[in-house]
Ligand binder design. Structure first.
Ligand code: UTP
Length: 618
């Protein structure tokens, strides 16, 4: 190839290594001559030219097939986009019949949980957490967000607490086995890696062993300046880059060799989930049981979804060639696809929801089949591109674009006969991420759309816990509408059931020894941690019960009436910055008037009586 004819590059060829010449050839042959156009001759900015080639090397290593492949894929997707082609051409959607809907708390649900409990020791946990969270207005990583204000625990802390609770279940079931350590993989990006590592380190991995946690680094991909997939430059010697999406997680599991190692170690399942919705783990043992019982290669956890709601949907897609798959269809594609294939569009059924369930992006894969597919596709996900064109000619962009990929599109790569199913829970146990800033949350709430802000995510945790208590027979006050700066929000009693108290519905039932005599009044708050067995309870106020490590605490009967805690809207000053960021994204704070604490830290078995005396049991 004649690199001498490439302006900018020609004047630098002599000082390039053989490897750099090869990279330059690759770029030029991929239509990137212009990338060198602003280069000064050799002797000027040479160090930056070295850095440029290092960057190209990084981009090359971090894309399946290398940077040449990336540019080729980009060009063909851009050509399709310029012609306005439908990316799902040839596919026709229908309502999937591959779902399981265990009613939370039912016998079937408990049986799935039992199976899940047997399987959990063979599960690996993977969280893509490379997203910047730009929409949220929180400067830390999303893992550091307090899930709720009653305990103030952050998302990562709750996830790690669930893992420890699951480990304990596995150890209880098989005391002769070695200590169970469930692998946790976090995919971070340049935007989140330092924050996540600092969070883990400064909190001693929230009780996990450092060796069981792996942080994989997701690199960004080259930004594209025009329809010919010309790399966009941030300066003469630096390619602009953008995030490639959470689909990179599969490539990284492949490239790092982790998925293969897990297989060798006899692991059987991988759970993928996202970085701000702790409810995933509330129902997880049941979902895993569904996978195990029905031998599902992939199990997508879903929730009811209003027709046209901006959340991905699960559909059966049948191709004109006759084969069909169950996959995620993004909300902006479902409606046009339905109409283009002769359907009425996405409309609510008699239950008030779309027949196409909503994807929570919690995916459970059977490891052996996942691995065999991963080794075939190398972690190369189907990609999409979403350029914003300057005009009708669809050639120039308003700002550089890039290819993106989604974790859930692994489903599209599975063979037609792969057993893909979904588990559907009611909305209460659905997807309540914390993504949007308070103004956006208020706007969405006013349109009757899920606000996906910090307040709705917090209320969802209390609501799920209250619902589980009610299902088991407790009497828990209904949620009340509160009005925050982020819009109206239904909030029930602020109940937090820590995973070491009850990591599952079955576990919760065991802990409550007189549930029909358990009542919680409106605006109360309750936190329970550790090995606690709770009998009759009348709570009108705030109560915290903590059984420390090695403590078993029996509380047969308790009446608690105090002024309790309340959520109070922030003043304008506080909202304008006098309050901490984690409160500003909610629009309220928690004010404590009274809080009864029952906290036992010295190992042993105790009874705590109605008259507030603690006695050690023999
Ligand atoms: P979100 O849709 O919440 O997007 O990501 P985001 O990028 O975190 O937030 P914004 O758009 O900047 O406000 C869904 C999940 O995918 C992860 C996120 O961390 C979250 O768990 N993600 C997203 C990645 O791991 N990598 C990415 O490139 C993008």
């Amino acid at each position: 190839m004649d690199l001498q004819s490439v302006p900018g590059l020609a004047e630098n060829l002599e000082q390039l290594t053989a490897e750099q010449v090869a990279m330059a050839e690759l770029l030029v042959s991929a239509g990137q001559r212009e990338v060198f156009s602003a280069w000064e001759p050799a002797g000027t900015h040479d160090a930056e030219k070295q850095t440029f080639f290092e960057q190209i090397g990084t981009l090359d290593r971090n894309y399946p097939g290398g940077i040449g492949c990336y540019l080729q894929n980009a060009r063909s997707l851009l050509q399709e986009a310029a012609k306005g082609e439908n990316p799902l051409e040839g596919w026709s959607p229908s309502v999937p019949k591959d779902g399981f809907q265990p009613e939370v708390g039912s016998q079937a649900y408990m049986e799935y949980e039992k199976l899940g409990r047997q399987e959990v020791q063979n599960c690996c946990f993977v969280i893509p957490a490379g997203g910047l969270g730009e929409r949220l207005g929180f400067s830390g990583v999303k893992f550091a967000l307090p899930v709720e204000l009653v305990t103030g625990s952050c998302v990562l802390e709750v996830y790690c607490a669930y893992l420890q609770a699951f480990q304990r279940l596995a150890e209880e079931d098989d005391p002769s086995a070695q200590r169970c350590q469930l692998p946790l993989v976090i995919m971070a990006s340049g935007d989140t890696e330092a924050g996540i590592k600092a969070l883990l380190k400064s909190n001693k991995y929230y009780g996990l062993e450092p060796g069981q946690v792996t942080v994989l680094l997701q690199e960004k991909v080259g930004a594209l300046a025009n329809s010919n997939a010309l790399l966009s430059m941030e300066g003469p010697y630096k390619v602009a880059t953008k995030p490639h999406g959470h689909g990179d997680v599969h490539f990284l599991l492949h490239k790092s060799g982790l998925a293969r190692r897990w297989q060798t170690e006899g692991k059987k399942w991988i759970l993928f989930f996202q970085d701000t919705n702790t409810l995933y783990l509330t129902t997880f043992l049941c979902s895993l049981g569904v996978s195990a019982k029905h031998c599902l290669l992939a199990n997508v956890v879903t929730m009811p979804r209003k027709a046209k709601e901006a959340v991905g949907s699960i559909a059966r897609l049948t191709h004109t060639d006759g084969h069909s798959i169950v996959a995620n269809v993004e909300y902006n594609q479902l409606e046009p696809l339905l109409r283009a294939t002769g359907h009425d569009g996405d409309v609510n059924g008699p239950d008030g929801f779309s027949p196409y369930p909503g994807n929570t992006n919690e995916l459970i894969f059977a490891l052996p089949e996942y691995l065999s597919e991963l080794e075939t596709n190398g972690g190369q996900m189907p990609e999409f591109i979403n350029p914003k064109y300057t005009d009708q000619t669809r050639s120039m962009f308003k700002s550089p674009t890039r290819l993106e990929c989604m974790m859930q599109d692994f489903l599209r790569l599975l063979k037609a006969d792969a057993k893909v199913g979904f588990t559907r829970y009611p909305l209460t146990f659905g997807y309540f991420p914390c993504k949007n800033d308070i103004a956006t949350a208020a706007r969405l709430a006013s349109q009757g759309t899920p606000p996906h802000g910090a307040a709705s995510a917090e209320a969802a945790v209390y609501d799920a816990n209250c619902t589980m208590l009610r299902i088991l027979g407790a009497s828990v006050a209904d949620p009340e509408e509160r009005h925050w700066k982020g819009g109206p929000q239904l909030m029930g009693p602020a109940v937090v059931l820590w995973p070491d108290f009850a990591p599952s519905m079955f576990g919760l039932r065991k802990r409550l020894t007189a549930v029909s005599k358990l009542s919680i009044a409106a605006r109360s708050s309750l936190e329970i941690r550790g090995d606690v067995y709770l009998g009759e309870l009348t709570l009108d106020g705030a109560l915290r019960i903590v059984a420390g490590p090695g403590v078993t605490l029996h509380i047969p009967k308790l009446n608690v009436h105090n002024k309790g805690q309340d959520f109070v809207g922030l003043t304008d000053d506080e909202q304008a910055g006098a309050a901490t960021e984690d409160l500003c994204i909610r629009g309220y704070k928690l004010v404590t008037q009274d809080l009864e604490r029952i906290e036992v830290t010295e190992a042993g078995c105790y009874t705590y009586s109605e008259d507030r005396t603690l006695s050690k049991r023999e």
